[in-house]
Design a protein around this ligand. Structure first.
Ligand code: SME
Length: 163
């Protein structure tokens, strides 16, 4: 993974995503270690978007296990079909949750987190290999624009790290 990465803090959200998408392939090239790449990606997301919590949960047997992240201490294990993360795994699709109070079964690792997006990452067999989870302390902070870009980013990460 390249250590060179820069996205201007004054850019609007779309420009930050476009910038990230253009730098992403080079960022994860040349580093074969999954955890090293996911750790730096978490740092890049946190640094660029200032999200309250961002990280990865990895599918290990019948659970999601906490992987690299940036933010406060979080739940370490999530079962298949449980919470937003486990539901994204089960249904093999992204979830945008503007208000976690309206998502039945949401797992509150922290009461401060009130909205979230979860995007699955797939392996070459089209099975979920991990999920990207982003939490905000503000209601409705994450939107359709975030989800569209995060799905593009997830596809690149999936093909580079999980295929
Ligand atoms: N809220 C998530 C659990 C993970 S933490 O928020 C980091 C869920 O419902 O799956």
């Amino acid at each position: 993974m390249s250590e060179n990465f820069f996205i201007g803090s004054s850019l609007d959200k779309k420009s930050k995503y476009e910038n990230l998408l253009s730098q992403l392939p080079a960022l994860i090239a040349n580093e074969p270690d999954l955890i090293a790449n996911l750790a730096n990606l978490s740092a890049i997301f946190h640094q660029t978007f200032k999200w309250w919590w961002v990280g990865f949960y990895l599918v290990k047997d019948d659970q999601l296990v906490l992987g690299p992240f940036q933010g406060p201490v979080a739940c370490t294990r999530i079962s298949f079909g449980k919470g937003v993360c486990g539901t994204a795994w089960k249904e093999k699709r992204s979830f945008l949750v503007p208000d976690v109070n309206n998502f039945s079964g949401h797992i509150a690792c922290s009461s401060i987190s009130v909205s979230e997006i979860v995007v699955p990452l797939f392996n070459s067999s089209s099975e979920v290999a991990a999920v990207l989870d982003i939490d905000s302390e503000k209601f409705g902070f994450l939107d359709e624009t975030d989800m569209q870009y995060l799905e593009q980013i997830a596809e690149i990460i999936s093909k580079s790290l999980f295929y």
